[in-house]
Ligand binder design. Structure first.
Ligand code: ZN
Ligand code: ZN
Ligand code: ZN
Length: 367
């Protein structure tokens, strides 16, 4: 295949470049996002232990291997010690691996490029073969789909004793829980999307609902607090940490890429001296949340903003309201409820964008 040959020749050329002729020195030069060479003095301020090593292919692409003139060599001598040393063989082996994965995709009829000459079949034949494979597999796929929806009686995969009454695919590879193991496991992962099995089929269960077993042997649903996941302090006063009690505080709305959650901010109370601690704005931001308003009645997960930003770049026609509808659909899909205000989201998104830009400017000034 011509593509394969071309890719391998690129690798070979890259390898040849490393066989530097005597008298010429090579070194890695870092480029910034706009392709400008980052000065050595700036590199020297960035310790190797703090700067992420160029381990991804994208990061490697911004690095440029080029001959260094004597002039450049003199000006950069002081910064060479702090420059991350990249092993070219290691880099080439990673590139080889990535190219092999890409080539495997190319050989798949689903992903084959009709423009690749030398392919064994024409584009239309490959499409037809692919259609045939899908057609043959359809009955099996439908059977698998129906079987997956049947909530048969199984044992809890956590305690291996009690009957499983709940499924959580966010917990895979273990996904079936009894009512006790559900509470103990999801106290640590409160935002998981669980499904009840007590009715013989899977029903989405909001994190504010738990299942309990009554004395008559019947299962029932009851309300519970869904605590906002937070990095809470281990010590809030001078007393022993074992005296700290975690209780419910303010009820707020959390919005993430999976929609809206009704959550409770935890309040830590020392049972000895009655000191309390709850998260303030700085704690929320430190934990990856962003306030919709300064009193934090609604907060967003910041990755939601970066997804929205990316969406506005790749699909500029997508309206804010359409994005809100997607989030509301995901809320409903996972058994939760409630509206999401688009105006509040937009205002908060602009504030986040402003703060991110200001942070970037301050970082640049400091470095
Ligand atoms: Zn269990
Ligand atoms: Zn889970
Ligand atoms: Zn205390």
């Amino acid at each position: 295949m011509r593509h394969k040959g071309a890719l391998i020749s690129i690798l070979e050329n890259k390898k040849k470049k490393t066989n530097k002729p005597p008298g010429i020195r090579f070194r890695w030069r870092q480029r910034d996002e706009r392709g400008q060479i980052v000065s050595q003095t700036r590199k020297a301020t960035t310790s190797t232990s703090f700067a992420p090593r160029a381990s991804t292919s994208r990061a490697r692409l911004v690095q440029h291997l080029g001959p260094v003139t004597e002039e450049e060599s003199e000006t950069s001598t002081s910064g060479l010690e702090s420059t991350p040393v990249l092993n070219i063989d290691e880099e080439i082996s990673i590139l080889h691996r990535e190219i092999n994965i890409l080539l495997a995709d190319l050989e798949d009829p689903e992903c084959s490029n009709p423009a690749v000459p030398g392919a064994s079949h024409s584009w239309s034949v490959r499409k037809e073969l692919s259609q045939d494979r899908w057609r043959e597999s359809r009955p099996e796929i439908v059977d698998s789909l129906l079987a997956a929806e049947h909530a048969s009686q199984k044992i809890c995969q956590s305690c291996n004793v009690k009957r499983a009454i709940l499924r959580c695919r966010d917990c895979l590879p273990k996904q079936l829980y009894c009512e006790d193991c559900d509470v103990s496991t999801h106290a640590k992962f409160p935002l998981h999307n669980r499904e009840s099995m007590i009715e013989g089929f899977y029903t989405p269960l909001p994190p504010t609902t738990a299942i309990s077993l009554h004395s008559d042997g019947k299962y029932a649903l009851h309300e519970q607090d869904c605590f906002l996941p937070l990095d809470v302090p281990e010590v809030i006063c001078g007393c022993l940490t074992s005296t700290i009690h975690v209780g419910p505080g303010k009820h707020i709305i959390l919005v993430g890429i999976n929609g809206r959650y009704n959550v409770t901010v935890p309040v830590l109370t020392c049972t000895t001296c009655l000191s309390t601690w709850t998260a303030n704005l700085a704690d929320l931001i430190k934990n990856g949340y962003w306030p919709a308003t300064v009193n934090c009645d609604t907060i967003y997960q910041v990755d939601l903003f970066s997804s929205f930003e990316e969406l506005k770049v790749s699909a500029p026609g997508m309206s804010r309201l359409a994005f809100m509808r997607i989030l509301e659909q995901r809320t409903d899909y996972f058994g939760r409820n409630g509206m999401i205000c688009g105006d509040t989201f937009q205002k908060s998104f602009f504030e986040w964008t402003y703060s991110m830009a200001t942070r970037g400017l301050r970082t640049a000034t400091v470095s």
